[in-house]
Design a binder for this molecule. Structure first.
Ligand code: PEP
Ligand code: MG
Length: 890
């Protein structure tokens, strides 16, 4: 019984956490009788042991490796380090979750001054043998001895120019020997030792280096980006070499059993004759499309097509296969489930169901919800020519073109004039929100994937590229520079939020549409899921879009956005600044028909489906001009007053009085900590007439729609409740308003009232609150802020990135619900709430409602629905189905 070493013939695909993906699949292919060169795998447990022993192989492990090599010698009838018929091996990494290209590989191991001659004699091909040897020294030097690759390249280039060779193909056996001599000197100079000649020394060092490559910088970053655990470790595969560079009846290639970009069902890939695997990747020679193999090696081609079919049928998924042909014989070096675009993922999943290879549930589980973003935003036509200026972070997918402006107000103005605008800023802040709303897309030079611009743009489904370092903006003079190019205000550029590209001029875009396959897949997801899916939407267009994407209602309609439209701001400000109840009454009377119109449109778009409307939430000063700007204006006016006389002075005096009056009011409303201040239902308690106006607008719109024969289903939601009495009073206000509208209109109106749970006290006293509420909606944006005691804007701008990279927190809790802390409050609120009212309807409407891990949590907690931005609705439908497949409710 061996502990560390697993010959290919003994493993199966199920052992991927031990054998790594590559090792598990090599074992599986070996068992299926496919032509795999023999070898063995050191499992991930060996990787852990390697690290536990201070980055060396424990002796017991090394003994096992030596025995395994002896077994390999017997099986292949070759000898490791032998002067005739030498055994050569490859040493490759293979993690449980594929991390393509991130870790290291050494090929042709076992070559030395003796075996190279044996290989030459055996193949009758000196040139081939010395080429293999120099490749080996180069790879070993790079991977094991950390000698920079370019130093080898310099030596190769020198020899090439010396003999006047244009490419590697033109070098003779003697030339390669000169290259080898140069390489060996380099190794000696760099390591102080001769290049190791003992194949076992070579092997031990190579295995150690490959284990070590688990922790190289790019692998660490790749794992962070793809959320792969750092403690999985990698396996190492030691496999006898086959050679694709033994002449024109040899070759090597990579192929997919279907097109990984489009999903088209035909074998897709490329190959090179007389080459080793690295040549295909290195781009030195241009590979040929796989179909040409039909002419070059017809029998191999037929055999390969059969293998593709066999592997796809075996794994019931599209495979990415590496193969080598050695003197007319086909060998498989690797197979794995192919990485694919979202479009291909959907098409392939549906096709495999139609072909009877997988069932619908498997198809649903095959598509990653996170990928769907790619499909829902218009993208750049892949066939259109582009002029790339720079690249930033792909913060929010989709493509946008427009004239650039560096100012949010200007973005808004231009957009009103019917222009397509791109807002270009160093960073954005909440004050730019109107500019973001107006722009087709956002480009920033600073800020990461969770910067304000990124978060807001994703929420709005707007393309965004952020953190584009190459961009410097001179706002004052109205230009930006990217590299050596200057962009002026008004110039047209494009951004590709899926790749982070910044492109000059307008690009051709292709509209996203839900393909028939996509619709089919989502309808299967709907059959499986147990969570409802609603959308966060606050205008009829978004509501209609959300419904088109399959939303089953609105889970959060934020009414404050309606107050921010330019023509309404003066009325809203008049309402806030009113000094008497009569003045306030007048302003509210002017707002009422506007609000009623808003609700009419939204309820109509969602006819027959529930629409949860939240009464006003943010602090009132958000609708007033900025304090600092007013102070500056006041100072400017005071100075000018000293120099003016007559009519001009009177005008200034008037403006100064207005500004000072406004300033007084803004100061009065100013809060040190608005997030925890006078907002949510605290506003409704102190200014009941505002909530009353909103409730009236909702019910009057409802009555109007009923009269038209429609079936509006409003649900009124009171924000930021922490005390039962707050809700009781606001509920009474809303109910009274409903009754009075009923009396006025003669209609019987639905009056469903509930609350958001967004502060810990509400969760902890949910049994009391449930006495008053027909539904709870977890506002996990605020609940996360108040549970952690973080202000989101400050946390994301200042320390959260550090916290996640330093693993103080596993994730940004504003992106992925903190199940342990915030989740516990949700659990408590759910239990306590339902203990009082067993039909209490529970939803989530924070940004987490559109995030797959958080959706899974909601499934487990028994919530009724999740609510997310319209563009995320398809994602949520799919994620909810995934959650139901893994954790079904009885
Ligand atoms: C929340 O707090 O989760 C929520 C949805 O409300 P808002 O984001 O508008 O504060
Ligand atoms: Mg909130």
């Amino acid at each position: 019984m061996t502990q560390w070493v697993h010959p290919f013939a003994t493993g199966t695909a199920a052992d991927r956490y031990l054998l790594g993906g590559k090792g598990a699949n090599l074992a599986e292919m070996t068992k299926a009788g496919l032509p795999v060169p023999p070898g063995f795998t050191l499992g991930t447990t060996a990787c852990h042991a390697f690290y536990d022993s201070g980055e060396t192989l424990p002796e017991t492990m090394w003994t096992e490796v030596q025995s395994a090599v002896q077994a390999l010698e017997q099986e292949t009838e070759k000898s490791f380090g032998g002067a005739v018929n030498p055994l050569l091996v490859s040493v490759r990494s293979g993690a449980p979750i594929s991390m393509p290209g991130m870790m290291d590989t050494v090929l042709n191991l076992g070559l030395n001054d003796t075996t190279v001659r044996a290989l030459a004699a055996q193949t009758g091909n000196d040139r081939f043998a010395f080429d293999c040897y120099r490749r080996f020294i180069q790879m070993f030097g790079d991977v094991v001895q950390s000698i920079p690759h370019y130093q080898f390249e310099h030596i190769l280039d020198d020899v090439k120019s010396d003999v006047g060779a244009k490419d590697d193909q033109a070098l003779t056996a003697e030339d390669w020997q000169r290259v080898i001599a140069g390489y060996r000197k380099l190794v000696e100079r760099e390591t102080g030792k001769a290049f190791p000649q003992d194949p076992y020394d070579q092997l031990r060092l190579a295995i150690e280096a490959v284990f070590r490559s688990w922790n190289n910088q790019r692998a660490i970053i790749y794992r962070r980006v793809h959320k792969i655990a750092d403690d999985l470790g990698t396996a190492v595969n030691v496999q006898s070499m086959v050679f694709g560079n033994m002449g024109d009846n040899s070759g090597t290639g990579v192929a997919f059993t279907r097109n990984p970009s489009t999903g088209e069902p035909s074998v897709f890939g490329e190959y090179l004759t007389n080459a080793q695997g690295e040549d295909v990747v290195a781009g030195i020679r241009t590979p040929k499309p796989i179909a040409e193999l039909a002419h070059d090696m017809p029998e191999i081609y037929t055999q390969f097509l059969q293998v593709c079919e066999q592997l796809e049928a075996h794994y019931r998924d599209v495979q990415d296969i590496e193969f080598t042909v050695e003197e007319g014989k086909l060998f498989l070096l690797q197979t794995r489930n192919a990485k694919r675009t979202a479009a291909a993922a959907v098409k392939i999943a549906v096709a495999l169901v139609e072909e009877g290879k997988i069932d619908k549930a498997t198809a649903v589980s095959r598509v990653d919800p996170d990928q769907l973003d790619q499909l829902l935003h218009p993208g750049i036509d892949p066939n259109a020519p582009v002029d790339e200026l720079a690249r930033g972070l792909p913060a929010s997918p989709g493509a946008a073109s427009g004239r650039i402006t560096f100012d949010a107000d200007e973005a808004e103005q231009w957009s009103k004039q019917g222009e397509a605008v791109l807002l270009v800023r160093t960073e954005t802040t909440p004050e730019d929100i109107h500019g973001i709303l107006a722009a087709q897309g956002i480009l920033t030079s600073r800020g990461g994937m969770t910067s304000h611009a990124a978060v807001v743009a994703r929420g709005m489904g707007k393309p965004c590229v952020c953190g584009c370092d190459a961009l410097t903006i001179n706002t004052r003079d109205g230009y930006a520079r990217i590299g050596d190019r200057t962009l002026r205000k008004g110039d047209v550029i494009s951004i590709d939020g899926a790749t982070g590209r910044v492109l000059l001029g307008e690009v051709v875009r292709v509209q996203a549409e839900l393909s028939a396959d996509f619709q089919a897949l989502l309808s299967w997801a709907d059959e499986i899921r147990q969570l409802g899916v609603r959308a966060n939407a606050d205008n009829p267009e978004d509501a209609t879009r959300a419904r088109g994407f399959g939303a089953e209602g609105i889970g959060l309609c934020r009414t404050e956005h309606m107050f921010m439209a330019a023509e309404r701001v003066p009325v809203v400000q008049a309402m806030i600044l009113a000094s008497t109840p009569t003045e306030r009454g007048q302003a509210l009377a002017a707002l009422l028909p506007m609000q009623q119109d808003d609700f009419y449109g939204i309820l109509k778009a969602m006819d027959g489906l529930p629409v949860t409307i939240r009464l006003l939430d943010p602090p009132l000063h958000e609708f007033l001009p900025n304090l600092e700007q007013l102070v500056t204006r006041q100072a400017v006016l005071q100075t000018r007053l000293q120099y003016e006389n007559g009519a001009a002075r009177t005008l200034i005096e008037q403006e100064l009085a207005d500004v000072s009056n406004l300033l007084g009011k803004v100061r009065q409303l100013h809060e040190l900590n608005p997030m925890l201040g006078h907002r949510g239902c605290r506003l409704g308690i102190t200014f009941p007439e505002v909530y009353e106006m909103q409730a009236r607008a909702i019910f009057q719109a409802t009555a109007d729609l009923q009269k038209e024969g429609l079936n509006p289903q409003p649900e009124v939601m009171i924000p930021l409740v922490g005390v039962r009495e707050e809700l009781r009073r606001m509920k009474e206000l809303v109910e009274t308003t409903a009754r009075s509208v009923e009396a006025e209109t003669g209609q019987t109106l639905p009056c469903v009232i509930g609350t958001m749970i967004e502060v810990p006290r509400a969760a902890l006293t949910a049994d009391e609150i449930a006495e008053e509420a027909e539904f709870f909606s977890f506002g996990t944006n605020d609940l996360t802020q108040t549970t952690f005691g973080y202000s989101r804007d400050d946390a994301e701008g200042k320390f959260l990135h550090h916290y996640t990279t330093e693993k103080i927190l596993p994730e940004n809790p504003f992106a992925v619900l903190d199940a342990t802390g915030v989740g516990q409050l949700i659990q408590i609120a759910t239990q306590k709430g339902r203990s009082v009212r067993n039909d209490l309807k529970l939803g989530i409407c924070g940004e987490h409602g559109g995030e797959k891990q958080s959706i899974h949590f909601c499934q487990v907690q028994g919530l009724n629905y999740v609510s997310c931005s319209p563009f995320r609705v398809p994602l949520a439908r799919l994620a909810a189905a995934h959650a139901a497949l893994v954790d079904p409710r009885t």
